[in-house]
Design a protein around this ligand. Structure first.
Ligand SMILES: C[S@@+](CC[C@H](N)C(=O)[O-])C[C@H]1O[C@@H](n2cnc3c(N)ncnc32)[C@H](O)[C@@H]1O
Length: 309
């Protein structure tokens, strides 16, 4: 228990001090984990849009557990037709940034995903993106079950997870990715030789330090663990969110080599076999769905949020 509390304290501190510090207009330190190059933009955007297909079209509250600052425009869209987006996070800075982005559309709750401070069946829809695999290993099942507990009947949830180093597709690509990374490093070194003299400003120095600060804890179970441990959750399904990791994209996808077209074709493959790519790709969506039955609808009063807990 002490170890778990320690991991969470570190995660919160990381996001308050480093992760959600802006390093540019609307960009955070954690862009170091994303490929922001134009060549990958469409593929990444379309992958993010997949989440919207698996949450209800509308409703009163959408839970975003571990919302961070709602950092990408596609993320903002998920709650467009809900009255409120309930952003829960352990980082105060995350919630402040999220409020700056969605204002009155949001309700902001400082809390822990493994002990959600909401009553059962409070939400018709819930999402949690890139959070659960940053929780201590022993707490991940609890997090999935908490999201399920607060989901209404009918209701749908999407958890974007990562298979980490066990993602089969990325393991198969390891050799080519390493070789390309070596080559790219060499090219970069040759390019910056001779440009050393231009010393950056203090702000630039801080930005560089932030971007090279290591991330924090993560633990990745595999798809067998998900099926074995969560198999009793209704409507459990595993589908692709995005098969290709950021290191893969950065190393092997380049505009002059037909990268954009290659990604468009690959996206189609993912669409044709979403469950297979969900199993072997880097990032799956873990879906749950409670069907209609014991539906319990809260009041639709705009002023009070008592029905949440
Ligand atoms: C990798 S970020 C993802 C943020 C956002 N969902 C996204 O995809 O951009 C992980 C977020 O989860 C939050 N977090 C980590 N552990 C948490 C916990 N136990 N309860 C609630 N939030 C947590 C962090 O503060 C951080 O904002």
């Amino acid at each position: 228990m002490r170890v778990e509390a320690e991991v969470k304290r570190e995660v919160r501190q990381f996001y308050d001090d480093v992760g959600w510090k802006q390093v540019g207009e609307g960009l955070y330190q954690n862009i170091r984990y994303e490929d922001l190059r134009p060549v990958s933009r469409d593929y990444i955007r379309r992958c993010r849009e997949r989440v919207a297909r698996h949450i209800p079209a509308d409703g009163k509250y959408l839970l975003d557990a571990g919302s961070g600052p709602i950092q990408y425009p596609e993320y903002v869209e998920y709650s467009r037709s809900f009255h409120y987006r309930v952003c829960l996070d352990i980082s105060v800075r995350a919630l402040r940034e999220a409020r700056g982005r969605i204002g009155d559309h949001g309700l902001f709750v400082l809390g822990d995903l493994t002990r959600l401070p909401f009553r059962a069946e409070a939400f018709p829809g819930a999402i949690s993106l890139h959070v659960v695999y940053h929780l201590p290993a022993q707490e991940q099942e609890k997090a999935f079950r908490e999201i399920h507990r607060v989901l209404r009947s009918p209701g749908k949830s999407v958890v974007v997870y990562s298979w980490g180093k066990s993602a089969l597709l990325m393991r198969l690509a390891e050799g080519p990715v390493r070789a390309a990374q070596g080559l790219l490093k060499l090219i970069q070194r040759l390019r910056i030789r001779g440009r050393r003299a231009a010393a950056g400003s203090a702000a630039e120095a801080e930005r560089r330090t932030l971007l090279t600060t290591p991330g924090h804890y993560s633990f990745n179970y595999d798809s067998r663990w998900i099926r074995r441990t969560l198999g009793d959750l209704p409507g459990l399904d595993i589908r692709v969110w995005r098969s290709l990791s950021t290191p893969f994209l950065r190393a092997l996808v380049h505009g002059p080599l037909g990268g954009r077209l290659g990604l468009a074709l690959f996206y189609r493959l993912e669409e044709a076999a979403p469950r297979m790519f969900g199993r072997i790709g880097q990032y799956p969506m873990i879906l749950c769905e409670k069907t209609a039955g014991r539906a319990r609808h809260g009041s639709s009063g705009e002023g009070s949020h008592d029905e949440l807990g």
